[in-house]
Design a protein around this ligand. Structure first.
Ligand code: PLP
Ligand code: COI
Length: 354
């Protein structure tokens, strides 16, 4: 056992599991590295974190996470460059968003130094687990939940913050087909849609299962009021290209402020691609698809990176997207991953070496 300068206690694994992992065939988020970080909130303060071997944790059956769902998470990645240096992408934005989610879910906010120092110490320890294969990265899952006990429906008095790491391949295998949702809603004005709250995802599972049964991968959520405006997908923000303009919905109470989304907007603007951040309707997209003006549709997120959509379903009709040469999706994806993997200059200051 050792203690870092940031007072992080480190308990090292005895035998690494790394040799059991097939790094050439990684799924998304299904194998975990040797260590994890655990930090407790007790008596009104976050305690010093411990990095320990990845293991099960024990909780009281009355822990409020089980009953009232006080739980939030983040999604980030660590990348290796050709010289074996390690980089994060805009990690302070993840920390900021974690605290935005925490506030909305009445969870105590986490100090930036604890987040950043803990994250870096954990990644350094498990650095060998960062995949080098193209299209793979080390997916990082920071999360916080109510471990305090009691059936009273009120915020817990104890919380846990953990970080687990999962060497991961692509989130989607193959073409992405989406269904535009008209019945169920993911979020509402004044709700928690802008937070990365576990419950937002749980509420999506049933409608998404119905879509999967019909052959789609994800649901595209529309506004809860009239199901008229396109908002975002289950695990990514959505962009459409009509003629040569890239359009995405403005963030709101109901939409996650995606870090990939805002990076893509900046990259597109810097490359002279016309962008519009505005509300847009399903009708506008269907009409553009019917008259050949809808050139592309893609999802953007940490896990999904940039995932081109091949088909969208709406009111029992499937609309296929055309094959486009030199698509915006491929140009923007190349630029963002080149920045993430330290293959090109980063004029935006997004890359964060560790
Ligand atoms: N929207 C939802 C609902 C998500 O879960 C995600 C993934 O984190 C995103 C959008 C994309 O956000 P980011 O680019 O920050 O990963
Ligand atoms: C991410 O992209 O990091 C996410 O959190 C999406 C998740 C549902 C896999």
């Amino acid at each position: 056992m050792e203690t870092t300068t940031q007072n992080i206690v480190i308990e090292n694994i005895k035998n690494s599991k790394i040799d059991q992992v097939d790094f050439d065939n990684l799924a998304f988020g299904s194998v975990f590295t040797d260590h994890m970080l655990v930090c407790d909130y007790r008596n009104g303060a976050w305690e010093a974190p411990t990095i320990m071997p990845y293991q099960a944790i024990s909780l009281e059956p009355s822990a409020k996470i089980f009953h009232y769902g006080q739980s939030i998470f983040e999604g980030m990645k660590a990348y290796k460059d050709a010289d074996n240096n390690t980089f994060l992408f805009r990690p302070l934005d993840n920390h900021r968003r974690l605290n935005i989610s925490a506030k909305r879910m009445a969870i105590p906010e986490l100090p930036e130094s604890l987040f950043m120092d803990g994250l870096k110490a954990l990644i350094k320890l498990d650095e060998k687990w960062i995949p080098k294969k193209d299209g793979s990265a080390l997916y990082i899952r920071p999360f916080m939940f109510a471990s305090g006990k009691g059936f009273h429906a009120s915020p817990a008095d104890e919380y846990k913050f953990l970080i687990c790491l999962a060497p991961s391949g692509a989130y989607f295998s193959g073409k992405v087909k989406v269904l535009i949702e008209e019945k169920y809603s993911r979020s509402a004005n004044g709700g928690t849609g802008f937070a990365k709250a576990g419950g937002n995802y749980a509420g999506q599972f049933f409608p998404t299962q119905l879509a999967v049964e019909k052959g789609y991968n994800q649901v595209i959520w529309t506004d809860d009021h009239n199901h008229e405006f396109i908002e975002e997908a289950g695990a990514m923000n959505i962009f459409v290209r009509i003629d040569d303009t890239l359009i995405t919905a403005p963030i709101s109470d109901r939409i996650l402020d995606g870090i990939t989304r805002k990076s893509i907007l900046q990259i597109a603007e810097s490359e002279g691609i016309a962008t519009e951040v505005r509300k847009f309707t399903v009708g506008e997209v269907v009409e553009a698809a019917e008259n050949g003006r809808l050139k592309e549709m893609f999802g953007a997120g940490t896990a999904a990176v940039i995932s081109p959509i091949s088909t969208f379903g709406y009111r029992k009709v499937d609309h296929d997207l055309p094959e486009v040469q030199d698509s915006f999706a491929s140009r923007l994806k190349k630029r963002i991953i080149d920045i993430q993997y330290n293959r090109v200059e980063d004029p935006f200051g997004w890359r964060h070496g560790i």
